[in-house]
Every structure is written in C-alpha cells, then in structure tokens.
Design a protein around this ligand. Sequence first.
Ligand SMILES: [Zn+2]
Ligand SMILES: [Zn+2]
Length: 173
Amino acid sequence: MKKVMVLKRDNKSIAEKVSAFKKKCKESGLRLTPQRLEIYHELVAVTDHPSVSTLHKRLQKRMPTLSVDTVYRALLTFEQYGLIVRVNTRESQARFEAETKPHDHLICEVCKEIVDVNPGFFAETDVPEEVSQWGMIKTKSVVYYGICNKCLKKEADQEGLKPKTGRMDSESS
Ligand SMILES: [Zn+2]
Ligand SMILES: [Zn+2]
C-alpha cells in the first residue's frame, strides 16, 4: 500500500515561492504592496488552507491595522492572476492555498482540516475517455471527505466517558 504523504512547507520552499511570486507579479504588472506581500507570505508558509478570516487573524498579530476586506481583496486578486488557488469545499467560507500545482485533498467533516495529498493520485492520472470527449479539461482534483484520525480518537474517547446506557429491549408484556 502506498503511503499518503502530507506536504510540508520548509523555509527553502517558502523563499522559492515568494521569489517566484514576486517575479510573476512583475511580469503581469500587478502592483505589489508590502501588505500584499505579507498576505502572500503568510499563506505560502502554511499548509492548512486557511479561510480569509483565519488568515486575517494570524496577520493581525503583526499588522494590527490590516482589515479583513484588504485580505479578501488581495486574495481575490492573487486568485485572478493564478498566483493562488481556492479549494473547493462544502463550507460557505472559501479556503485558499498558495500551492498552485494540481493535487488532491483530504477534508475532515468534523474539524474542517484540509490536508494535501502528495502525490495526488487522481490529479496525476489521465482522465477517462468520456470525460475527455466532453470538451477541454483544464484542471482536475479529487476531494476525499471523511473524519480525520484526531477527530476519530476524540470521538472514541468521548464515547468511553459516557455512562453505559443499555437499551431496554422489550422483554415481555
Ligand atoms: Zn478532524
Ligand atoms: Zn492543497
């Protein structure tokens, strides 16, 4: 069985991504303010696919005057320029990531954690014929929904704490 590996961002890959980002901004004429750079840097450093409000909360610690709206508009602009991607989830809040290479995701329905799957088994396989006949496929990825091990363990622990309430089955009348 192939082991599922979780992508982690190290300092080298963060630095590489930031410099690639700067280059792309320059090439596409996107004005790069210090704020925008901070926002991108915060997003590229993490692997948890944060929402706008999560990202804003983290950035606020060192940029107290930063508004949620600024973060939101920056992310939308980055998305339009193909610098970041939005993850398709069942949540109402959009989740973003700086990893633009197609890959698959594991999403926990309990804690809402999103984990990258590398290699993306589906993202790297060819599309079936009926799909390719439909038209031009630009991107594809698969999302696995379920409950992560941490949440499963929590659930099991809570079950253990509950008093045992044996169901009263109808004995006789
Ligand atoms: Zn979970
Ligand atoms: Zn991802």
